[in-house]
Design a protein around this ligand. Structure first.
Ligand code: NAD
Ligand code: WQD
Length: 342
C-alpha cells in the first residue's frame, strides 16, 4: 500500500509542485489548505498532470479542534510536509500578530497532533531569510542565523526553534527544515505555477506580469550594491528541483536515514545571479521586450546571498538540475497560459 503524506499548503505555489512529485513517486497525498492564498482549481491541474486527484480538506490549521478532527479522519498519515504559512514580507511588518498567529500556531497544532496521533515525520518550509546578510559567502548550514528583518522572517526562525526543542523533548519525532533560497519558475506543463494575489513583491512574477502587459515596467531596486553590475545577487532555485528535495527529505525520514531527529539543510543551486543578469537572461530566453528602470534600493533588502549546497548534495544526495534559462522559460510559459497569450 502506498504511504500517505499530508501536504499542508498543498494548493499553494511550492506545495502544488511537491504534490505532483510525490504522486509521481507513488505516494498517496492528502492536502490541507484554507485557500487563503491559493485556488481550488489547482486540484484539477494537478490531476491533469499526474492523473490522480489528491484528497483535499479545506480548513485553517491554526484551529486546533479542526486539526485534531483531521487526524482522526486520516489515521494512516506517515509524514507531513508543512508548507502552509503566510509569506508576504512587507505585509508581515504591518500585521505582525497575524503572521505570528498563523505561522506559529499552525506548526504547534501539527506538532501536538503528531505526538497524539503517532505521526513521526515532518519536513518544514524554512527560508534563507534566517541568515540575514551573512558576513561570508556562500552560506553553509553552520553560518550563524541573524536577527530577522521582518516578522515573517522571525516566524521561520521561531518555527525552527520550536521544532528543535520539541524534537529534543520527543525522541519519537523526526523533523527536517529545508531552508529555501529563492524559488522561481513553474511546472513544464504550464498547468501549475506561482499565482500572486495583487501586485507581486517577488522579482520573477513581476517580470512575467510586466512582459504580459499587466505592469508598465519593472523597477530594479538599486544598482549601487557592491556587486559586478551593482544589482543585488540571489540564488534562484527551480521550483520543481526544490519540490524534489522534499521527496528526498521524506524518503530520508521514512527510511530512518536521518542522523539526528532535527536536521536542517540549505536548498539552493550554489550560484548567485544579479537582478540585471536575471532580467537580461529572461529577455534572451523569451525574446520578449521588457521595460525596466533602476530605482532606489528597497528597504530591508540584502546585497547578496547564495548557498553552499554541499551538505544537501552529499548528505541528501540531491542536486539542483535545471538552468536559469530553462527555469525562466517555464515561468514565462506559465504566465502566458494564465493570461491566454499565444
Ligand atoms: P503559498 O502562499 O503559495 O502557499 C502557502 C499555502 O498555505 C497557500 O495555499 C495558503 O492558502 C495556505 N495556508 C496559509 N496559512 C494556512 C493555514 N493557517 N491553514 C491552512 N492553509 C494555510 O506560498 P509558497 O510560496 O508555496 O510557500 C510555501 C512555504 O514555503 C511557506 O511556508 C513559505 O513561507 C515558504 N517559503 C517560500 C519561499 C518563496 O519565495 N516562495 C521562500 C522560502 C520559504
Ligand atoms: C529578489 C531580488 C530585489 C522585485 C524574498 C523574501 C525571502 C524569501 C524569498 C520567503 C532583490 C529585486 C524584486 C522587483 C527588484 N521568501 N527586485 N524589483 O527579497 O530575495 O526574498 O523572497 O521566505 O524571505 O524576503 O526575493 O524576489 O523579492 O527579490 O529589483 O520588483 O530582486 O530587490 O534583490 P528576496 P525577491
Amino acid at each position: 500500500m502506498s504511504k500517505q503524506i499530508l501536504v499542508t499548503g498543498g494548493t499553494g505555489y511550492i506545495g502544488s509542485h511537491t504534490v505532483v512529485e510525490l504522486q509521481k513517486e507513488g505516494f498517496d497525498v492528502v492536502i490541507v489548505d484554507n485557500l487563503s492564498n491559493s485556488r481550488i482549481e489547482v486540484l484539477d491541474n494537478i490531476e491533469k498532470i499526474t492523473g490522480i486527484r489528491p484528497a483535499f480538506e479545506q480548513f485553517d490549521l491554526a484551529e486546533r479542534d479542526k486539526t485534531d478532527a483531521f487526524f482522526q479522519k486520516y489515521p494512516n498519515i506517515e509524514a507531513i510536509i508543512h508548507f502552509a504559512a503566510h509569506k508576504a514580507v512587507g505585509e508581515s511588518v504591518g500585521k505582525p500578530l497575524m503572521y505570528y498567529r498563523n505561522n506559529l500556531v499552525s506548526l504547534m497544532n501539527l506538532l501536538e497532533c503528531m505526538k497524539k496521533y503517532d505521526v513521526a515525520n515532518m519536513v518544514f518550509s524554512s527560508s534563507c531569510t534566517v541568515y540575514g546578510q551573512p558576513a561570508t559567502l556562500p552560506v553553509t548550514e553552520s553560518t550563524p542565523r541573524q536577527e530577522a528583518e521582518s516578522p515573517y522572517g522571525n516566524t521561520k526562525a521561531i518555527c525552527e526553534d520550536i521544532m528543535r526543542d520539541f524534537c529534543k523533548a520527543t525522541d519519537s519525532l523526526n523533523c527536517i527544515a529545508l531552508r529555501y533560497f529563492n524559488p522561481i519558475g513553474a511546472h513544464e506543463s504550464g498547468l501549475i505555477g506561482e499565482f500572486p494575489v495583487g501586485i507581486p513583491n517577488n522579482l520573477v512574477p513581476f517580470i512575467t506580469q510586466t512582459a504580459a502587459g499587466l505592469r508598465d515596467e519593472l523597477k530594479i531596486f538599486g544598482d549601487d550594491y557592491n556587486t559586478a553590475d551593482g544589482t543585488a545577487i540571489r540564488d534562484y532555485i527551480n521550483v520543481v528541483d526544490l519540490s524534489k528535495a522534499h521527496v528526498v527529505a521524506i524518503n530520508r525520514l521514512l527510511n530512518n536515514k536521518n542522523k539526528k531527529n532535527y536536521e536542517y539543510f540549505n536548498v539552493g543551486t550554489g550560484n548567485g545571479y544579479s537582478v540585471m543578469q536575471l532580467v537580461k537572461t529572461f529577455i534572451e530566453v523569451t525574446g520578449v521586450q521588457l521595460k525596466y528602470q533602476v530605482v532606489e534600493r528597497r528597504t530591508g533588502d540584502i546585497e547578496k546571498i547564495y548557498a553552499d549546497t554541499s551538505i544537501a548534495n552529499n548528505e541528501l544526495g540531491w542536486h539542483a538540475e535545471k538552468s536559469l534559462e530553462e527555469t525562466l522559460a517555464t515561468a514565462w510559459n506559465w504566465e502566458k497560459n494564465v493570461r491566454n497569450i499565444d
